[in-house]
Design a protein. Structure first.
Length: 430
């Protein structure tokens, strides 16, 4: 009897220990916030990935081969048109100029001699001392000397132009890019890598792509591609750090060819860059605003998405919700949807708590203000222990399991202890 009593007490103790980790029961009701559809206007926007380039990005390449002897600029330096950037070893080309100059001098002397001979022969021909053959021969020699001089001068001009190629100058005003080649580097006209890039960044061109469908809609609405570009609103540029660039942009160009690989059309927007904040080669995103007038606009939080389809819970007259598919405009502001089908003026839809709903479930509709007030009141009524327990529900389940295990262990230990005590008493009676 005593053994049975001990086992009973141990069982009760283990049960109490296992139940000690349980939390308070939760409570809830079927009140949900409901809104009525009323047409209104909403500012929507569409975002497109973009690449930033200067209005004029000029790759600087050498026209002659040789070793760089001077680098006259620094990376990021602002240069003007015609400013010297690099000097290439020009000793060979200077020698070619001197040689060409010597050829010009020789040809000039030969021309002078031929001219004297021709003029002398003309006088002799007039006095009938020489015949027509000698005169014609002297005249031809004179014209040959003229041609030789012209050829020598052309060779000199070519040599001087080749020598000028050793002095690499900027063809346009702008900012110097990276300088991969230093003094002593061997460069050539056939190199695939440019010496540097000079970018005109007083204003920047931002390249982005729009879908063929969007372009068709814009063109059909405006009548022509140029009219569609003119009708586009002022756009914004989101920088790589997420901030919005403080100068608006204007879409000025549209490609006339659709990219067959992506099905998109390239667009170009121009942004002024007085602070030189934008750099050629940077990235960002173009934000195109859209104004939706007299449209059905609902918050995105009240829409559930299943297999790329969007659904809302519409409240019927019997206060039962119906799980309804809707169509939305792909252009949105990240917080709201413009519904194009599935909702109409006067429909009532649930705005919050949709994860707890099911089709044909009956609810008590309340306003959004009442719902928020109820949440606020409930939060104030909850104790700190309730809040902690709600935040650590998963940990509480683990503690409950641990308590059950400990209770079972206590039962086993008490049972073994009782068996041992019983054995001792039996031996004493013997």
């Amino acid at each position: 009897m005593k053994m049975k009593k001990c086992l009973m007490l141990a069982t009760i103790a283990a049960f109490l220990v296992s139940c000690g980790g349980g939390g308070r029961p939760t409570f809830g009701d079927n009140e949900y916030p409901v809104e009525t559809v009323n047409p209104k206007s909403a500012a929507m926007q569409t975002t497109y990935p973009a690449t930033i380039k200067g209005v004029q990005d000029v790759e600087i390449r050498p026209k002659v081969s040789g070793f760089i002897t001077q680098v006259c600029v620094k990376e990021g330096q602002t240069v003007g048109a015609g400013q010297l950037l690099f000097v290439i070893d020009n000793a060979t080309y200077q020698a070619a100029v001197r040689q060409a100059q010597a050829s010009v001098n020789t040809a000039t002397a030969q021309l002078n001699t031929a001219k004297l001979t021709y003029e002398n022969n003309k006088q002799l021909f007039e006095k009938q001392i020489i015949g027509q053959y000698e005169l014609s021969t002297a005249e031809n020699s004179y014209h040959t000397a003229e041609a030789s001089l012209a050829q020598a001068k052309a060779s000199l001009a070519s040599a001087q132009e080749t020598l000028s190629f050793c002095y690499v100058k900027s063809p346009a005003a702008g900012v110097v890019g990276s300088l991969p080649f230093k003094v002593g580097a061997l460069v050539s006209a056939s190199s695939t890598q440019p010496l540097t890039t000079v970018s005109n960044i007083s204003s920047m061109e931002v390249y982005f792509s729009m879908t063929e469908k969007d372009i068709l809609e814009m063109t059909q609405a405006s009548g022509s591609p140029q009219a569609a570009i003119s009708a586009m609103p002022v756009v914004k540029l989101q920088l790589a750090d997420g901030n919005i660039y403080n100068h608006p942009g204007t879409v000025t160009k549209m490609s006339g060819v659709i990219d067959a690989a992506t099905g998109s059309v390239q667009m170009i927007a121009v942004f002024q860059n007085p602070e030189k904040l934008l750099k050629s080669g940077g990235s960002g995103a173009i934000i195109v605003p859209h104004e939706a007038h007299n449209s059905v606009v609902i918050p995105q939080r009240c829409v559930s998405e299943v297999q790329n389809k969007k659904f809302v819970y519409i409240l019927g007259k019997d206060n039962k919700v119906k799980y309804t598919e809707i169509k939305v405009d792909p252009k949105n502001d990240g917080n709201n949807y413009v519904v194009t089908d599935g909702l109409k003026t006067g429909d009532r839809y649930v705005t919050n708590g949709i994860t707890k709903l099911s089709d044909q479930m009956e609810i008590i509709p309340i306003s959004e203000k009442q719902y928020q007030q109820k949440i606020s009141d409930q939060a104030k009524a909850m104790s700190s222990g309730d809040v902690l327990e709600a935040m650590n529900a998963k940990d509480s389940i683990g503690m409950l399991v641990m308590a059950v295990v400990i209770g079972i262990a206590v039962i086993v230990v008490i049972f073994l202890l009782g068996m041992w005590v019983g054995a001792i008493r039996a031996n004493r009676k013997k």
